[in-house]
Ligand binder design. Sequence first.
Ligand SMILES: N[C@@H](CCC(=O)N[C@@H](CS)C(=O)NCC(=O)O)C(=O)O
Length: 208
Amino acid sequence: MYTIYTSPGTGAFAAEAMLEAGNAPWKRELVDTGENEHRSAGFLAINPAAQLPALILPDGQLMTESAAICLFLGDAHRDTGLAPQPGDAGRASYLRWMIYLSANVYEADLRCYYSDRYTSDAAGTDAVKSCAIKQMNACFDIIEEHLSRHEWLADKTMSAADIYLAMIASWHPDIPALKLACPRVANVWGKVANVDFVKKANNFHQLW
Ligand SMILES: N[C@@H](CCC(=O)N[C@@H](CS)C(=O)NCC(=O)O)C(=O)O
């Protein structure tokens, strides 16, 4: 049994879509971030970074980091076809975009939505936020260009990277502007959103 520590709308979404796709039992443990439960002693003992998601594997090991969790689940349940395997043509691109999204775009989201954590100048949060959005948009432009030559991030089939992209796109502070500037990103997002196991994950997360 997998146990995922989660809250609606968070980066647990992509991991839960992977769990929905896989053929293994799993359950949610709700952590109410509005009530600061992610900073409670109980949760800090699970993830000292006070972040969601956190995943307990069937053997009791703990995983954090949403991209790593998705990569792990994709390999552990490779029959889902969501993780190009070593030797597959899409493997390099798959790894590239998973890490790119997590290291750059998710990180920019944190600077946008938690801007007060990124400056000691109380008057500086607007500047932090606008720089974060600028970086996000530059990242989406690079992804958009890639999608002008590839149907999916990892090329010919949908992978966990596309699910991760849909999640990250849904957090953009100006969705209409993103869709206008990056119609191919919007197209991949739309296709991902139509998949049954993604719909199930989104019933809980309500990202769109
Ligand atoms: N790099 C981490 C970031 C996780 C993260 O920041 N999660 C957010 C929710 S989307 C969170 O836990 N926020 C609570 C907080 O930082 O107070 C990952 O990819 O899992």
